[in-house]
Design a protein around this ligand. Sequence first.
Ligand code: SF4
Length: 80
Amino acid sequence: MLNGIAVDTHCKRIANRLGLSNEKEPSKIEQDLLKMFDPSDYKDINHLFIWHGRYTCKARNPLCNECTVKHLCSEYKKNF
Ligand code: SF4
């Protein structure tokens, strides 16, 4: 079991867009995320953020209309 959530560029972007964290510093974003998820899920969360950021919630052209979590997303609610 992991002790933390790796906040890389994908995780940072997605956490901010979804509204899971309004912080900009990775360590603060991680603290917000750690409060939301069970430690047994940290490993899966890491993978989910990477895959979601790589293939759907891309930095430049996020595929919001195809996104399976758009109903939960702050950014989506602002823009559509
Ligand atoms: S709706 Fe768009 S901005 Fe929100 S998580 Fe999905 S792809 Fe990212």
